[in-house]
Design a protein around this ligand. Sequence first.
Ligand code: ADP
Ligand code: MG
Length: 254
Amino acid sequence: MMFSCTDTQNIVEINKLQKVYKSGGQKLEVLSDLSLSVENGEFVAVTGPSGNGKSTLLNMITGIDRPTMGEVLVNGCPVHLMNENELATWRGKNVGIIFQFFQLLPSISLLQNVVMPMEFNGIYRRKERRERALHLLGLVGLADQANKLPGMVSGGQQQRAAIARALANDPPLLIADEPTGNLDSRSAESIFELFQGLVDDGKTMLMVTHDMEIAQRMPRIIEIRDGNIVCDSLPAPEIFSKSQPHTALVERGV
Ligand code: ADP
Ligand code: MG
């Protein structure tokens, strides 16, 4: 490993992040001078209009994409300094990622989809993997669907399986990009409740959502416009990380 991790109190620490995309001689500044700290155990909604940099921000935290300038520390590890190999190993252990369109492999069972990240990272022993995957599928209410292919279950069930997969290596941080954007409202609600339970169990979670009814139920809401944070609701200490409704938005900085 070429990078070293320092001790930080915050699970996510972003300093003066800038991302510029260049295409056809044009430069597009998608994130500009964005700083953000997220403490262990927080449940954070990321909101804002389409095309304003939300996915780009999440992709910097997961190391799917690289900043042009600035720092991204996750658990004190400099994600922006890691090479592709380092990132692949690091990501598996440290971050669970949940996408809008689930991204399950279609030709293998839900169970195998959950086992796969364990095989890649090798944290759990070979003998334990299947049992752990079954346990995780049970946790998301899919114990009886484990051997089905993704195409044989509903969208809500596919997203549950994707959550089980994200939990495969027990990462402390979960990152979800519009996880309920492709679901009916009942499935969306059950996915949200699942996330709440995970946060109550100690996970930290950042979730992009356009659903303000859902966002308003999260303890902290960050609004992104034009590549920066224009609004950050700060949780009052007594409700911090308790997943209670919280409506007071505090303008910060802008
Ligand atoms: P959001 O998730 O808020 O809808 P994105 O972060 O996906 O926004 O995109 C922000 C802006 O960056 C958009 O204008 C988008 O077209 C542009 N963008 C995203 N990815 C790329 C890329 N790989 N190359 C060029 N432009 C990109
Ligand atoms: Mg997006």
